[in-house]
Structure formats: C-alpha cells, structure tokens
Design a protein around this ligand. Structure first.
Ligand code: IMP
Ligand code: MG
Length: 179
C-alpha cells in the first residue's frame, strides 16, 4: 500500500475535521443534537468529528448493507442496524464516509425522516459531487475534490485498508455484478 498515491495526508484530514467540528459547534449551539454515523465506513471520521464538536450531543449508528464486498452501488439499501435513540424533535446530523451516486444516502434519509427529527442534515468526509445520480444536498463535507477509488481513514476496499491514517487512491477494483 505504501506505493499508492496519497490524496489527503493525515494532517490535512485532521485540520479539515477540526474546522468542520468548529462550524458544527456554532451551527448547533443550544440545540439537542444527535449525530448518527453510517457503519462501517464513517467510524473513524465520526470518532474524530464528535471530539471536535464542543457541545452536549448524543451518538448512534446505522448500518446499511447495500454492497456486500462490492464497490459499486446496486441501488438497494437494507438496514442491518437501526437507529436506537429517539429522534423525535431533535436535530439530527447523519455522518457518511463517501457520498457517491447518493443512492445509499437517499434511502437512509427516508428511513430517518420517518423518526420525526426536527431537522436532518448530512455531513460527509468526501462528497464525490460529479458522480451523483440521485439529487440530494450534502450540507457539510470535508473534501469535495475526489476522483477514483479511495481507501484509508475508514474507507475500505473489500474491508481492507480502513486503518490507514491517510486517504489514498487505488486502481478501481472490479465489481461483482449486482444481484
Ligand atoms: P452511493 O450509494 O453510490 O452514494 O455509495 C456510497 C458508498 O459507497 C459509500 O458509503 C462507500 O461505502 C462506498 N464508496 C463509494 N466510493 C468509494 C470509494 O472511493 N472508496 C471506498 N468506498 C466507496
Ligand atoms: Mg460505506
């Protein structure tokens, strides 16, 4: 892995996460915030982000199984872990690793809207804006200039490389056909 191109060094990620945390601290001041991470990809970003938000907040996770070990969205999303906190009347921030076609996120937003939050916004580590197939708004993003297939800082290729501190680009993996 050491010969793969670093797209975002660990220090640059930490700087952006701290900036975003400060912005979220201002935006959600005095409001009952629930931060919901999308497993598995968002776990490292989420851990750093919530420590950069200096507010009282609640944390939960959802898990969407849309891909298996594949790398291209098949357009269907099943939740294998549901939100467990009550979201009624609360300000909800959904934290994703990468928004690519937007299909995963669009399906998750529908599920969470059904839990009657007062507001629902999206925060992504990486917003691949030019690949969007479903119209949706990513309210907060660390990085929007992203091309190719990225791994590290929680992002995987077939469950490998999540633990790398920097984000690297690897050759586009072959995707098995959608079921
Ligand atoms: P979407 O439904 O196409 O937006 O898929 C988004 C999901 O695909 C993300 O949550 C990631 O798990 C995965 N994904 C998309 N692009 C990449 C990438 O470059 N590296 C790793 N995972 C990716
Ligand atoms: Mg993912």
């Amino acid at each position: 892995m050491s010969d793969q191109e670093i797209v975002y060094p660990a220090e640059a990620i930490q700087t952006r996460v701290r900036e975003l945390g400060a912005r979220l601290t201002r935006d959600y001041h005095g409001r009952p915030l629930v931060v919901i991470g999308v497993l598995n990809g968002a776990f490292i970003f989420m851990a750093d982000l919530v420590r950069a938000i200096t507010l009282d907040l609640e944390i939960d996770f959802v898990r969407a199984a849309s891909y298996g070990a594949a790398t291209v969205s098949c357009g269907t999303v099943a939740l294998t872990k549901q939100v467990e906190l009550s979201l009624v009347g609360k300000e909800v921030l959904l934290v994703e690793d990468i928004v690519d076609t937007g299909r995963t996120l669009a399906a998750l937003l529908e599920v969470i809207k059904g839990r009657q939050p007062n507001s629902l916004k999206v925060c992504a580590l990486i917003d691949k804006t030019e690949r969007r197939e479903v119209p949706l708004t990513v309210d907060y993003a660390c990085f929007t200039e992203a091309h190719g297939f990225l791994v590290g800082y929680g992002l995987d290729c077939a469950e490998q490389f999540r633990n790398l501190p920097a984000i690297r680009r690897i050759p586009q993996p072959d995707a098995p056909p959608c079921p």
